[in-house]
Design a protein. Sequence first.
Length: 515
Amino acid sequence: MSENLSQLIKILLNRFNRGEYQEVIKKIYIIFKKQKNNDFLWNLSGLCFQKLDKFEEAIFSFKRSIEINSNNLAAQNNLALTYKLLKNFHEAEIILKKIIKSKPNYINALVNLGNLKNETYYFEEALSYFHKVLKINNNLPEIYLNISNIYQAQNNIKLARETLFKCIELDKFFTQADQSLSMLQSYKNNENLDHVKDMLEKLQNPNLKDEQIANLHFGLGKAFDDNENFEKAFYHYNIANTQKSKNQKSKIYHYKNMSKNIKEFFSDLKTFNIREYTDNRKVIFVLGLPRSGTTLLEKIISSHSEVGSVSECNFIISKISQNILKQNQFKNELALELLNSDFSKHYFDFLKLFNINKKFIVDKSLNNFWYIGFINLFFPNSKIIHSQRNPKDNCLSIYKNNFPSREKWAYDQEEMANYYLIYKDLMNFWNNKFPNRIFNINYEDLINNSEVKTKEIIDYCELEWEDQCLKHQNNKNPIKTLSVNQANKPIYNTSINISANYEKNLNKMFSILDK
């Protein structure tokens, strides 16, 4: 590699680390005019495309890198990760195992394979890969966080907390562990006060990055909220959300336009040719906004002996978005093409990759509310349960939580309220378009009249009644969600009308919701 090229690559890497992905791609393609056979640059361009969610281009770049240098394990690993992001788990696993066979101590491949096994509920295999990583290097707090997440899914909260403390012991500024820990413990009556002091002390470090700051403020918001010190809680929640929304562009116009196009498409749809596909499994789609009670429904329904859950697998939103959204536009011709595909078969083949052997499967991918029309057409024998909650309580609960999302609407008062109105309008459309097809359940009704509503839900799912459905807290089926700790407790009503505690702080949001 020439000295000039070496220096240019350093510049490109710096720009990549600053998130300037489009600019890096432009520079790389200028270099390719003179020198196309640099596997490192092809790999870097693939990473840029991956960050921009341009997965087809990413795959092309990684494959080109591997063609030039078959020993480029980084490109192979990145290719596998792209397949995983596209929900092509089978292809991803083949590549990762091939890497590990050639280099057993290649940490990135071990981590990605562990994450894949975790995502498909093969928890023991996932743990074995993570422990292999720790044998190579036991100073990686990210791996302990992954292990903690598995313990949380298995409802082993004690081990999950202990593992998070290990993260913090390894790196006191690994604040993701602080925020996760705050979700697993109570701060009422000044419990765990030492952790509150630790988080406040860490905030004094001037070198913290935005994400570290946000994690600590979300954790402190939870602590003060537990103690009913709502002014201090909002102070921290507000900073956390400001940090998360920083540099994020509004997509409200995009969502309004997409909702309009979806409604027009299904209003005008006259004929279609769905390819018949039957499967002996029945899917129960539980959907709605985050923090609307969907996890509680998942726990209740999967308490039944015939039901398993793939939780928020997000297959449908991922695949439909890839097929009908181009340049953030809903394309009718692509949607019609999708209707003539083997989509339902691909979905059921995807379910086979999970370590779940039940006749009924709960899919709790929240964003499925966007595509109820497609679900209705592709899965006519499925059940669709829509969880809804008091709008102010729902939006406040979203505002109080740190989601793994790059969406501004989840962290901005005005954006969130407008997104809620788009969601509400679309759900009204679906209910009018498909009467009696969607079971709408109010979170407050489920809490206040749990036995009656639970029996209605189980009956709607065409399941025989089992008393254990009233004891969802004893359900050992794994659950993966931010709400896992709350959902593993008996039903409680303290989350109803919580927005009254923040009425004056969230007036911008609430005034829009009141329209």
